[in-house]
Design a binder for this molecule. Sequence first.
Ligand SMILES: *[C@@H]1O[C@H](CO)[C@@H](O)[C@H](O)[C@H]1NC(C)=O
Ligand SMILES: *[C@@H]1O[C@H](CO)[C@@H](O)[C@H](O)[C@H]1NC(C)=O
Ligand SMILES: *[C@@H]1O[C@H](CO)[C@@H](O)[C@H](O)[C@H]1NC(C)=O
Ligand SMILES: *[C@@H]1O[C@H](CO)[C@@H](O)[C@H](O)[C@H]1NC(C)=O
Ligand SMILES: *[C@@H]1O[C@H](CO)[C@@H](O)[C@H](O)[C@H]1NC(C)=O
Ligand SMILES: CC(=O)N[C@H]1CO[C@H](CO)[C@@H](O)[C@@H]1O
Length: 750
Amino acid sequence: MVFLAGAASVHPTAIGSEALLRTYIVHMDRSAMPSAFSDHRSWVAAILSITVGQAPGTSSAVPDLLYVYEHAIHGFSARLSPSQLSRLQRTHGFLSAYPDMPVKLDTTHTFEFLQLNPSSGLWPASNYGEGAIIGVVDTGVWPENESYKDDGMPEVPLRWRGACEEGTAFNSSLCNKKLIGARYFSKGLKASDPSGQAISMNSPRDTQGHGTHTSSTAAGNYVRGASFFGYGLGTARGMAPLAHVAMYKALFDEGGTSSDIIAAIDQAISDGVDIISLSLGLDGVPLHQDPIAIATYAAMEKGVFVSTSTGNRGPFLASLHNGIPWVLTVGAASFDRELAGTVELGDGTIIAGSSLYAGRTSLNGLPLVFMNSCSNLTSLKQVGYKIVLCEINAEAIGLAKSIVSSAANVAGGLFVCPTAYNIYFQHFSFPGALISPSDGRAILKYIQGSPAPTASLRFRQTILGKRQAPSVAYYSSRGPSQSCPNVLKPDIVAPGTMVLASWSPNITVGYVGSRPVYSHFNFESGSSMSCPHASGIAALLRAAHPDWSPAAIRSAMMTTADSLDNTGKPIRDSGDGGNPATPLAMGAGHVNPNKALDPGLVYDAGAGDYMRLLCTLNYTEEQIRTITRSSVYNCSTASHDLNYPSFIAYFSPGAVTGVREFQRTVTNVADGSWTYVARLMPIDGFSVYVQPNKLVFTQKHEKQSFKLRIEAAEVGMKHGKVVHGSLSWVDDRGQHVVRSPIVATTIKLL
Ligand SMILES: *[C@@H]1O[C@H](CO)[C@@H](O)[C@H](O)[C@H]1NC(C)=O
Ligand SMILES: *[C@@H]1O[C@H](CO)[C@@H](O)[C@H](O)[C@H]1NC(C)=O
Ligand SMILES: *[C@@H]1O[C@H](CO)[C@@H](O)[C@H](O)[C@H]1NC(C)=O
Ligand SMILES: *[C@@H]1O[C@H](CO)[C@@H](O)[C@H](O)[C@H]1NC(C)=O
Ligand SMILES: *[C@@H]1O[C@H](CO)[C@@H](O)[C@H](O)[C@H]1NC(C)=O
Ligand SMILES: CC(=O)N[C@H]1CO[C@H](CO)[C@@H](O)[C@@H]1O
């Protein structure tokens, strides 16, 4: 298999152009720090002064230091010229450096869908996540929103070392027992803009809504009567309503950079968060250049659980980011709610359309006409005050909507649209709704068979218990992980489509006619939304099981995830024509928080295991130590077989033979003695064996090991095929099913 090449760790651009300063993130070997220095910071200052040029024409000023990093990485970020960088590379203790990079975001009812309830399961067992601290690195927070009120919240934990920083339109009195910290990191962003343009909202305040949405999804307080203009009406609350939130703003209207993200994670670790939620990522970077991978390694070592998003570049394979072995990688699923404009035809038939039209209008008994693709403005203008039915292919729906809205006297529009695309077109500035292709055919049949067809439209409806949910969202990025192919990613999926959560109230959320409308709550879709669901659930698990490692929490969420939907059929993939989703789309399945409370067995792992895995990635010693920061670099035992709760095996296309073996160790986390038997779901074209196929545990914390062997049967697979099955350890009392997906594939990465 081809891994990302161990390329030179420094990429100076424009060599010879001394004037060109660029921000670099520099990793240092802390064990090389001379004892004369009392701390890291003074050592960095001394190193930077060495880089000052003596030769004429080279920079002679001490470089601008942006951040000294002490927790997430050992190193700093600074503005350097090419000659300063090359002098720095020759300094004792230098490990690696890479240029700062821009970072982008992955952009009420979900808890009921996840079956969290007050009387049993994870909510009462964790006391709603009481005392856990979730650090969210994002676009900031709108602190006045009711999701951050602190009624009923426990005191701020004594171990908390964070702060509520002041800035533009933000003062420190805005934090409380719910929002216990708010900081902002903009030095890297400012340095990236040579014109030195000011940052418009240089404070933790959220001017994009994204951070308010993600942090309230993870741990928002109860808000009664939350809705988006009546859609999704109910009591809003985060996954962990009694957990504390700390916001680390590193993304601004002007952008975001990895040096600021690292600074935010560095600070979150030092402040004492339990969970870090990262709804962002960088595409196409090897682990040793991925600021998220590097900074979260330190978090993992300190017992901090990190939840990340896959990105929204699906449904293509190998499109995900954050395929990092030591974090949770969360894809997006849709759930069982339809935000509706209902259509009642003249013959009494009622059809649910999909709409977020914010106006109050309902239309009663108006003439209904079929206008083909609704692309002829002249003929639409002649239609008069009627409801039009439009049938176009998905790419043209946006255009058809704008043509109908500009034909000002049309009363309303129904647009036939494959449901996978609903989220892109659900906002309407006029009375309109999206209709599924089968409902579209029914409406057309009614129009053609009726002398005077009519319809009524009603808005602000919410339909729960939609059939066949969840399904993997079309846009959710898919595995395998390019940066670490031997670990199956994503890990799980969680609700990500049309999630209602708090919003910044002065950002336009839509239009009614030409009038902009605002809301304290908004629907958003993306893996950015599924990640904080998982972060909140991890906070509940941390509160219920304070002794579990981050890998144990992840294992519990994965091995108990649902692989079947609410109709008992395999979860489907909206990006693959509704076929059953493979683990490259949904990982182990859809998160099931109550089951994760009592997983029976966990697949645990720690820093040593990840180090052995890194040793197989063909990295240089410097590249590995960039990630591990460890002075103990030990690749005497390398193994790409991480003790992970899932399996992925690569085979050459056409090969008719081939064997892959995996070694795993499971830990009993339930009280008492248990006997488990292996149950295999077979894989087409392969034979799978487990040895031994029975595991006996006499007490809690006991470990047992087994081998899983996958053998190719006679028929070779074509290039790019993915087949899958599963291994479940089932206890003899019928209380635990510890399920792991198994993938065999001929996908070739890079
Ligand atoms: C490992 O790196 C070396 C040198 O960069 C390269 O020649 C070799 O092909 C790489 N091996 C793999 C498996 O990527
Ligand atoms: C913060 O804002 C509140 C309310 O506007 C005000 O009462 C308080 O004095 C401010 N605190 C600081 C430190 O500026
Ligand atoms: C648009 O509709 C008008 C009026 O019905 C018609 O005269 C014209 O030919 C149509 N244009 C196209 C491009 O079909
Ligand atoms: C939103 O609110 C902030 C803080 O009060 C303010 O600075 C900003 O100008 C507002 N933006 C809009 C579009 O009203
Ligand atoms: C490296 O790891 C191996 C196996 O875990 C161990 O036997 C050896 O002592 C280690 N070496 C150092 C220098 O830590
Ligand atoms: C100042 C502000 O924006 N307050 C709003 C916070 O959100 C609630 C709804 O949860 C609104 O009612 C407040 O007006």
